[in-house]
Ligand binder design. Structure first.
Ligand code: ATP
Ligand code: MG
Length: 316
């Protein structure tokens, strides 16, 4: 990736900076679902930071963006790990803005955002993980799922008619189906982790009151009218069922190798800080390095140098 001229490489995080990131991450990271309760997490939480901290948070975000750009180049060069970032949230929680801010510095060639909406007829003709698997990041890439296979235990669970549309054989669509889907998803993520995919799952946890405020703001601001959808208001009516579905999904799928981050989403500046800190911390822990050349590869580079130097000034 092109670096701006004269830009100094950003040093690897030292132990102190790595530990400092945890301040914004550890309390929101869920790696064991047992006993998880959504109501233990406050959407308004800012880890004790007052809004005066906003400019400093912005500066941290800027540094995180630059660091991530640099690490992405190593990820790509090394070509071993893939990174999958899953974003789930109720409407207006700020998924789009968070993705835009956090990924703003990375090379678009190594990063792919996929937004999952209602499935097409072709997608409904396949097993439910099919459409998501097709968009998984390859080695060296960062894949972002804006909504994901979790919709299969969220919106589909909240609206039973959607399950009907999935054309499953009747005897397979019984009461056990949600438990089975949790098992499938957990197994799928374990499989990905074992294949070198770093999986991080973000639930942007918005309060119902803040969602109302943001919807009203959309209605009051002509530039935001395009974002308004009557369907969002209808979904809001199912708020409690969605929250239960989220809680159950997190309980059944939180794991050390595929953690959930339950990120407070009522304050956008804080949401972005937590998401960035979690991504930087997890990628740091991969200890990415540029590939080391073996003797033969080094000799090939020297030969190339000799060849170029032997014919100076060539214009063609
Ligand atoms: P934004 O509103 O910011 O553009 P969005 O993710 O809400 O982003 P929409 O087009 O508004 O995008 O909504 C997509 C809809 O598709 C959501 O209501 C979501 O629940 C639904 N959806 C996603 N996956 C599935 C699925 N597997 N089955 C049925 N509906 C789904
Ligand atoms: Mg929407």
């Amino acid at each position: 990736m092109a670096k701006s001229p004269g830009a100094e490489p950003i040093p690897a995080l030292d132990t102190k900076s790595r530990a400092a990131l945890e301040r914004f991450v550890s309390r929101y990271r869920v790696t064991r679902g047992k006993g998880f309760r959504l109501r233990d997490f406050d959407p308004r939480d800012t880890a004790g930071l007052k809004s005066e901290y906003k400019p400093a948070a912005r500066e941290s975000l800027r540094r995180g963006v630059a660091w991530l750009a640099q690490e992405q180049e190593k990820l790509y060069a090394q070509d071993r790990w893939a990174v999958l970032l899953v974003f789930q949230a109720m409407d207006a929680a700020g998924k789009d803005g968070t993705i835009r801010h956090v990924m703003s510095g990375v090379n678009p060639q190594g990063c792919l955002v996929t937004s999952f909406k209602q499935p097409s007829a072709e997608e409904l003709d396949h097993d439910y993980l099919w459409r998501y698997s097709r968009h998984l990041p390859g080695r060296g890439q960062i894949g972002i799922f804006n909504r994901s296979y979790y919709e299969e235990v969220l919106v589909v669970r909240t609206h039973p008619a959607l399950l009907g549309a999935q054309k499953l054989p009747a005897q397979l669509a019984g009461k056990r189906i949600w438990k089975e889907r949790f098992e499938d998803i957990a197994a799928h993520e374990r499989y990905l982790a074992r294949n070198g995919v770093l999986v991080l799952k973000f639930f942007l946890h918005l309060s119902r009151g803040e969602q109302r405020r943001r919807f009203l703001e959309r209605l009051d601001t002509p530039e935001k009218h395009w974002k308004f959808s009557a369907a969002d208001i209808r979904e809001r009516e199912h708020w409690d069922r969605y929250q239960e579905a989220y809680e159950d999904a997190i309980r059944h799928t939180a794991a050390e190798h595929a953690p959930w981050l339950v990120v407070p989403a009522d304050n956008k500046w804080f949401t972005r800080l937590v998401v960035m800190s979690a991504i930087v911390g997890a990628i740091h822990d991969l200890r990415l390095e540029y590939p080391r050349l073996d003797d033969r590869q080094r000799e090939a580079l020297e030969a190339a140098r000799a060849q170029l130097q032997a014919r100076p000034g060539g214009k063609r």
